[in-house]
Design a protein around this ligand. Structure first.
Ligand code: BGN
Length: 286
């Protein structure tokens, strides 16, 4: 009996190292060299990735379960340019991850905050995650030293530098692009505001929710917190003119507008080989 216990102990995996040896550092591929790879081929390229877009390290025990949340509408090319970079990077980083594409399936103006809330609630229904990476679909990570992990002292802004802003932090409060929240942080801040329709402001709002609840705001160094943003066809076409007005009352609304008031309809769930796809709409009278 004791022998069996010993054998069982031996197969128990060691904790994953803080800095995996599999990291490669900064990539030098140019943005227009990045191919769009359709899902069937992606699935064939990464047979280790399980249904729903799940993978966990096989050589060590990860201490964090991570949901990658990608808000989406009508950006097939962006999504399938991001994934061929993101999936192998997360595997090199030895992250225990599941990829969620959260699609706004309605013609109402895009609402990223509400998509974040819906994805958080639905992902937590499907499984238990410790860490959420909120990831714009057009942000291609350039350096795998930018570990996709959470930190208990505060949410992390991972996309410090992008090509669009010459790889520098354009203003100190910048908090958009790619950010991470622990499950508890996201719950404590009551998630994101549901009130930003269209481009701009929702990221400044979620940043202020975090400091308002006493979290430190962390940022990766631009040495490796770097991304290429895929060029949009018509950049800024749906700038939200109302955003300044909504922003003014953000802290008063924090506890009454967010995760606890997110209203959406699920119109489809697909557990595909490389991602879990959840479609929602925010249409009236639901
Ligand atoms: C800011 C936007 C951010 C955006 C960055 C970078 C606003 C403030 C509205 C109250 N903020 O100006 O949302 O991520 O630019 O493009 O518009």
């Amino acid at each position: 009996k004791a022998g069996h216990a010993d054998a069982a102990m031996n197969v128990k995996l060691a904790p994953c190292p803080r800095f995996p040896k599999t990291l490669e550092g900064r990539t030098h591929a140019a943005i227009d060299e990045r191919p769009l790879i359709q899902p069937a081929r992606l699935a064939a390229m990464f047979p280790e990735v399980q249904n729903g877009g799940h993978h966990e390290p096989t050589s060590c025990q990860s201490d964090e379960r991570t949901a990658i949340v990608i808000p989406y509408r009508d950006r097939w090319d962006h999504l399938h340019t991001l994934l061929p970079v993101l999936i192998p990077m997360l595997m090199r980083q030895q992250i225990d991850f599941t990829i969620y594409v959260i699609e706004q399936d309605s013609s109402t103006t895009f609402n990223k905050g509400l998509l974040f809330n819906a994805a958080f609630l639905e992902a937590m229904n499907m499984d238990d995650y410790d860490c959420f990476i909120l990831h714009d679909v057009d942000m291609i990570p350039l350096d795998d030293r930018n570990l996709y992990r959470c930190n208990v002292s505060g949410p992390i802004h991972l996309s410090a530098g992008t090509n669009k802003f010459n790889y520098s932090v354009i203003y100190d409060g910048l908090f958009g692009g790619v950010v991470s929240f622990t499950r508890e942080q996201f719950r404590t801040i009551n998630g994101a505001s549901n009130m930003y329709f269209g481009w701009g402001g929702e990221d400044d709002d979620i940043r202020d929710r975090a400091w308002n609840k006493g979290f430190k705001l962390l940022r990766k160094p631009v040495e490796y917190g770097v991304y290429d943003m895929i060029r949009h066809r018509k950049f800024g076409w749906s700038n939200n003119p109302e955003r300044y007005k909504v922003f003014t009352t953000r802290l008063k609304r924090q506890d009454i507008d967010g995760l606890n008031t997110a209203v959406y309809n699920i119109t489809g769930v697909g557990v595909f080989p490389i991602y879990t796809w959840i479609s929602v709409n925010f249409d009236a009278d639901i």
